[in-house]
Design a protein around this ligand. Structure first.
Ligand SMILES: Cc1cc2nc3c(=O)[nH]c(=O)nc-3n(C[C@H](O)[C@H](O)[C@H](O)COP(=O)(O)OP(=O)(O)OC[C@H]3O[C@@H](n4cnc5c(N)ncnc54)[C@H](O)[C@@H]3O)c2cc1C
Length: 531
């Protein structure tokens, strides 16, 4: 049965806003509360990777991203000011620097376009649940406190998450002893502005990231005794002089702060009707620039599932896959960030030599291009088998169960130019993609039509090949020659594949997840006859 009560989203940072905007545009009533009085102007996170860019574009942010984004051409690593390796990005893996307030503004605009808004100055203080609902206690700025009912709740309330604590989830991991320094500043001197520079030296790490307004973000490690009030312009200049390439002069520093780095994640991403997402579920060093990205993609993974379950169109077990899929991603991100942070902080000569040698080898052998850049870009997550990915894990081939649909160039019938297959698939429903020599055989077409009739509004059909809705770009059609039916989820990960003529495997997978239109209709009639 469809749920009536809204979903509560606690926290209007990147994760909460993504969840709220995604749910709202899918027709789910949402309440978003945040204890702050207004959006934070602090730049904080700034590296946005292709998978996140894709999600933000789907939320209507394409123009905003081209206005406020600065595409990054490469990461450059130095040891004692000599470049040891360079990781170049291509059209598929290229990140963009977009500061956190700009990402949040884009997401708030998307939420507002779907009819939602943030309730600022509203603090969540209590949370209880039973099998049918969630009750949340909210305190407003005037001191008023009320308890309200919701269908589900999402704790996107940051590293100190109240929701996580009220659920009793552990936040396992550790905190680095060092203090880290951030500053946004103008820089005079020779420094390439489309690259991120990592200066590693016996004096410590210095990272310099260009910002779209011609300035730079500086990030460096300091002794544990350093206090925020010690961060004068002169102290910052000394760090850059001693650790950087030399010849750089800082001026107009407009934000400076000290902070601690943690490496922690929860073992579960929710309990019952309450979920956690973003920093509430995982925090780590900014090495690799994944923080904001993982939060946005957590929320994106959860929202389409929750929207289907909320509307009574999918079984509640679909929500279990949120935890199964995202715990693996979060653990990987925390591990990678920790590895890189430790590598930055190495001081012993043999360790530094080994690190520098390994980095050169990885560049020379193409490891960075093949594995690291696509991973950073958020394109290589393979979700495990479960309610949202068919059990017969197919591990090879163009389409891999649990993985994103790859970047295949296609032409949409009747439209000029080549586009990526992923960009022309709907994101509000599953897609049944039929490939084969002549699109689809008669029995497969009939089986596909029967599935469409069973799940109208939840399933779209796209035939690939001559005469189909999509035609592979010339020279890129090998993948489409074999007769296969691929079931793609609304988030464009592959749910299942079927080479059979009757599409029996896909039918079984869908039956385990979605509620057919006829069943929904029966429930509706039964409900109206009892009124
Ligand atoms: C100083 C600093 C620098 C950073 N630099 C980087 C960087 O360079 N790269 C990077 O990737 N990441 C960086 N991060 C991390 C990045 O900012 C986070 O990963 C990102 O903000 C997480 O988004 P979120 O939506 O999960 O949580 P948040 O952005 O923390 O949002 C949580 C929201 O919940 C609200 N809230 C909390 N408790 C309650 C409650 N009980 N009731 C109601 N509302 C509540 C808060 O007011 C807040 O608005 C930095 C963080 C900090 C603090």
């Amino acid at each position: 049965m469809p749920e009536q009560a809204p979903v509560l989203v606690v926290g209007a940072g990147p994760a909460g806003l993504t969840a709220a905007a995604e749910l709202s545009r899918r027709g789910v009533p949402v309440r978003v509360v945040d204890k702050a009085d207004a959006p934070s102007p602090l730049t904080k996170a700034l590296m946005v990777w292709p998978r996140t860019l894709e999600v933000l574009r789907q939320l209507g942010g394409a123009e905003h991203l081209s206005a406020y984004g600065l595409p990054i051409d490469s990461f450059r690593y130095y040891s004692e000011a000599r470049q040891i390796c360079r990781i170049p990005f291509d059209a598929r893996t290229q990140p963009s620097v977009v500061t956190q307030p700009d990402v949040e503004a884009l997401l708030r605009a998307s939420l507002e376009a779907a009819g939602g808004r943030v309730e600022w100055g509203t603090l969540l203080t209590g949370l209880e649940q039973d099998p049918d609902s969630v009750r949340a206690t909210l305190r407003t700025a005037d001191g008023g406190e009320r308890t309200e009912s919701f269908s589900y709740a999402i704790g996107a309330d940051g590293a100190g998450s109240t929701v996580r604590k009220l659920l009793g989830l552990e936040f396992q991991g550790s905190t680095y002893p060092n203090v880290f320094i951030l500053a946004d500043t103008s820089v005079e001197g020779e420094l390439q502005r489309d690259a991120v520079h990592y200066y590693q030296s016996s004096r410590g790490i210095l990272v310099m990231v260009p910002l779209y307004n011609g300035r730079f973000r500086i990030f460096t490690a300091a002794p544990p005794t350093l206090r925020q009030e010690d961060l004068s312009d002169q102290v910052l200049q000394e760090y850059v002089d001693s650790r950087g390439p030399g010849g750089l002069r800082l001026h107009d520093v407009d934000w400076r702060t000290t902070f601690n780095i943690h490496a922690r994640h929860t073992d579960r991403f929710g309990v019952g009707r309450v979920f956690v997402a973003g920093d509430a579920a995982h925090i780590h060093s900014p090495a690799g620039g994944q923080g904001l990205n993982t939060g946005v993609t957590d929320a994106h993974n959860l929202a389409w599932k929750l929207a289907l379950v909320h509307a009574g169109r999918a079984v509640p077990e679909l929500l279990d896959s949120y935890q199964d899929e995202r715990t693996v991603v979060a653990a990987g991100v925390v591990r990678q960030a920790e590895l890189q942070t430790r590598a930055w902080l190495l001081k012993k000569r043999w360790q530094v030599l080994l690190r520098d040698f390994s980095a050169r080898q990885a560049q020379w052998s193409g490891l960075f291009d093949r594995y690291y850049s696509p991973w950073l870009a958020g394109l290589t997550n393979r979700y495990p088998a479960g309610p949202a990915v068919a059990g017969s894990q197919q591990r090879r081939g163009t389409f891999v169960n649990g993985c994103l649909v790859p970047e295949l160039p296609v032409r949409a019938a009747g439209q000029p130019g080549t586009v990526r297959l992923r960009d022309v698939l709907p994101d509000d429903r599953y897609t049944l993609l039929l490939t084969g020599p002549a699109g689809a055989s008669r029995p497969r077409s009939a089986a596909a039509e029967a599935l469409l009739a069973e799940y109208p509004e939840l399933l779209a059909l796209r035939t690939v090949g001559p005469g189909g809705a999509l035609v592979p770009a010339p020279g890129h059609d090998r993948w489409s020659r074999r007769a296969t039916a691929v079931l793609v989820r609304p988030d464009h990960h592959v749910a299942a594949q079927d080479r059979g003529e009757d599409l029996g495997e896909l039918r079984a997978h869908l039956a385990g997840v979605l509620t057919p239109a006829a069943t929904v209709e029966r429930h509706r009639s039964a409900a109206s006859s009892t009124v």
